[in-house]
Design a binder for this molecule. Structure first.
Ligand code: G6P
Ligand code: MG
Length: 215
């Protein structure tokens, strides 16, 4: 492919915020009187805040009104924000900075495509805001992954057609969104889960532009 832009999911690709999301969801579950396992948490990766809450409540067999759901989601988010407000650049996942620098030095545009409404704050905390030509977060989209909206918006903000873009994703819903957007997708994580991606690696370490253009 002719590579002109790379769009990165944030949570689980550039930083491991999944652990903070999990801590906050688990705390909410415990308050509601049930346990929420790390395995159950897998289903929340890449999923929007409200959709995540629905999955959590279903796991606990609990029904809540729309108003109560808003309160619960807000409570979870305040714990989560408390965790991420203490993040430092040391939490940037291995290989991220080198890859971003390499892409930018070679004229390849970079973007964030995240469902999170906290993406801007996380990027500020870890000092990476300036490494991206476009940042698409949960405030800019109306349809969550697996809908391709977030990545199509990313390509648009970069001024690129989808076929020139590669998406980096750790969530099954995100891989589906990337493919649906007509983009090449690199899965970050487990091959068994992310098998639909064009390439699956365990992290961003050692990824070269030459390797990407062969996809
Ligand atoms: C990302 C994460 C999800 C999270 C979603 C919304 O996609 O992978 O786990 O639920 O963002 O994040 P927010 O920070 O807006 O609650
Ligand atoms: Mg993710």
């Amino acid at each position: 492919m002719e590579l002109k832009g790379c769009i990165f999911d944030l949570d689980g690709v550039i930083v491991d915020t999944a652990k903070y999301h999990y801590l906050a969801w688990k705390r909410l579950a415990q308050e509601l009187g049930f346990d929420f396992s790390e395995e159950q948490n897998e289903a929340l990766k890449g999923v929007s805040r409200m959709a995540s809450l629905e999955i959590l409540l279903a796991a606990g067999g609990i029904k809540k009104s729309e108003d109560e759901k808003t309160i619960l989601a807000t409570r979870k988010n305040s714990w989560y924000v408390d965790y991420i407000s203490r993040m430092t650049p040391e939490e940037i996942l291995p290989g991220s900075i080198i890859l971003l620098q390499n892409l930018r030095e070679n004229g390849i545009l970079t973007a964030i495509g995240s469902a999170s409404k906290n993406a801007g704050m996380i990027l500020d905390r870890i000092g990476l805001t300036k490494m991206f030509d476009a940042i698409v977060d949960g405030y800019k989209i109306t349809r969550a992954k697996p809908d391709p909206e977030v990545f199509l918006r990313g390509a648009k903000e970069l001024g690129l057609e989808p076929k020139y873009c590669i998406v980096f994703e750790d969530a099954v819903a995100g891989v589906e969104a990337a493919l649906d957007a007509g983009m090449i997708c690199v899965g970050i994580g487990d091959k068994n889960r992310l098998g639909k991606a064009h390439l699956v690696v365990s992290d961003l370490r050692g990824i070269t532009i030459e390797q990407l253009t062969k996809l």
